[in-house]
Write a protein that binds this ligand. Structure first.
Ligand code: 6PG
Length: 230
């Protein structure tokens, strides 16, 4: 299925509204909303706006996971958790039990295994073989990476594990990331692409150029939307 592409000059509000609509639908259909958060910079204002417009949501029935995390403590300025904490979790008093944090402070393979096991337990508790997100938020880097699936890295080829520690040579650092098997299990994936991203890269990724990891997120039994800040 071809991705839906939305170009908007009202990016932050449109993105937040999209997430809220997905939340209401999932809560009505299944009584819970499973949302995976993206890191980086683009999502920060979107999370803040989402908190503002979604105050009435039953947060105890929402489960927040993270598509990836840097291998740093949760109070490190590079932490994706810290970005979500500052922009959304803390200001809107999201209950801790609704948040499943990727523990970047741990030894990377241990942190990945811990997260994999936690998601597997949640899936098993609901009679599922693999945890299925209602919505996964993702971004795209200037090299076409998404989550922490960078070009030329080991995690790109993983077909079994759902969460991996992934060494990224260009950053000379470890990352924790969901893998394509888990990402592509989602009911819906929303790419949030901020202004200033290379238009040619966007077109190549949307055309399915597999040299760019972002192009390989195509949930076979889900929907894919690219929201681009026009
Ligand atoms: C991260 C993100 C990463 C991000 C892209 C785009 O940990 O950095 O998960 O995949 O989404 O690098 O980042 P921006 O949205 O800030 O451009």
């Amino acid at each position: 299925m071809n991705p839906e592409v939305v170009r908007t000059s009202n990016f932050v509000t449109d993105a937040a509204t999209f997430i809220l609509e997905q939340a209401r639908f999932a809560l009505a259909e299944r009584g819970e909303f499973r949302l995976a958060l993206s890191g980086g910079n683009t999502p920060r204002p979107v999370y803040a706006r989402f908190g503002e417009i979604a105050r009435d949501l039953p947060w105890e029935r929402v489960r927040f996971t993270f598509g990836d995390e840097r291998c740093v403590p949760p109070n490190d300025s590079k932490s994706n958790f810290l970005m979500a904490q500052e922009s959304f979790f803390a200001p809107f008093a999201i209950p801790d039990k609704s948040i499943l944090r990727l523990r970047g402070e741990l030894d990377p393979p241990l942190a990945a295994q811990e997260y994999e096991d936690a998601l597997a337990l949640l899936a098993t508790q609901r009679g599922e073989k693999i945890y299925r997100h209602d919505l996964i938020l993702l971004g795209m880097g200037d090299d076409g990476h998404t989550a922490s699936l960078f070009p030329g890295t080991i995690a790109l080829e993983e077909q079994v594990r759902r969460v991996m520690a992934n060494y990224v040579p260009k950053l000379d650092s470890w990352r924790l990331t969901m893998t394509f098997p888990l990402l592509n299990q989602a009911r819906h994936v929303l790419f949030l692409v901020g202004s200033g991203k290379d238009e040619k890269l966007i077109e190549q990724v949307l055309a399915g150029d597999v040299q760019f990891p972002a192009s390989r997120v195509r949930p076979p039994n889900g929907q894919l939307t690219w929201m681009i800040d026009a």
